[in-house]
Design a protein around this ligand. Structure first.
Ligand SMILES: Nc1ncnc2c1ncn2[C@@H]1O[C@H](COP(=O)(O)OP(=O)(O)OP(=O)(O)O)[C@@H](O)[C@H]1O
Length: 249
């Protein structure tokens, strides 16, 4: 379970209290500036917060940075891009909290690179890749840190707009991989701007607006009213093969 009690980040996030299962995929929805990145940074213990946050019974504030780095990882929305490094060096940074690259981590990095189709980019300079290619390399680095086969302490994957820059094929490829990780027991939290992908791939939805929690629940809690309240967009809910699909009106 993740439980937040009066969890707040001054100037960014109003106090919120909630309890959610620490498994499956949780999608954060909300307009620009609503607090999604702030919440993810706070949960990763990278931004000071007030109130309490507990993950699987553990007080997040008591996680040392070393323990936190083994149990959770965060893909930030805007990372410091290590432009001068080769891609394989960028990916190796994901192994640093685990003691550096070992033969098992080299194999895991190879497997992840194949899954996200960056194998052909590994020798290239990170700074010379396209935006979507850079994003996929950063995803490999991030996932390497909590790859369950090489890190049994891994619990929680936090991704801030991981689909940024990815084409449709690579979006679906990543979401399939995240579903596999979630099925294996990892809690996956990600912010998204695509309501249809959130409803399709997540089990839990958390909606933020103006730094406040506007709604939360299963994907069935997302309807035309909630979308209009969040984004001011009028939609129509269609059913395609039993699944909801929202189209703007
Ligand atoms: N470094 C900062 N210092 C002060 N305020 C900030 C900082 N970064 C963001 N904010 C403010 O905090 C609030 C929440 O921003 P946040 O980045 O969490 O929103 P978001 O939902 O992730 O937005 P987006 O969808 O645009 O990425 C906004 O009002 C924003 O202006």
């Amino acid at each position: 379970m993740l439980s937040l009690s009066e969890f707040a980040i001054p100037g960014r996030l109003q106090p919120m209290s909630l309890t959610l299962p620490a498994e499956g995929i949780t999608a954060l929805l909300g307009p620009n500036g609503s607090g999604k990145s702030s919440l993810l940074l706070g949960l990763a213990n990278l931004l000071p917060f007030s109130g309490e946050a507990r993950f699987a019974g553990q007080d997040l504030r008591r996680w040392s940075m070393a323990a936190a780095a083994c149990q959770r990882t965060l893909l930030p929305q805007r990372g410091e891009a290590p432009l001068a490094l080769a891609c394989h060096q960028v990916i190796a940074l994901g192994a640093a909290p685990l003691g550096g690259m070992s033969p098992a981590l080299i194999r895991a990095a190879g497997e992840l690179s194949e899954r996200l189709e960056v194998t052909g980019l590994l020798a290239r300079s990170f700074g010379q890749l396209s935006g979507g290619e850079q994003q996929r390399v950063l995803l490999v680095k991030t996932l390497l840190q909590i790859w369950p086969a090489t890190n049994p302490a891994a619990r929680w994957l936090l991704l801030d707009e991981p689909l940024t820059g990815l084409d449709w094929h690579h979006q679906l490829q990543l979401l399939t991989l995240l579903e596999e990780l979630a099925a294996g027991g990892l809690a996956v939290w990600l912010s998204l701007h695509d309501v249809n992908l959130a409803v399709r791939h997540a089990q839990q939805i958390l909606c933020l607006k103006n730094g406040r929690l506007l709604g939360r629940g299963g994907v069935e809690s997302v309807d035309e009213g909630l979308i209009q309240a969040l984004y001011g967009v009028k939609t129509e809910r269609l059913l395609h093969q039993g699944r909801p699909l929202f189209v703007s009106r």
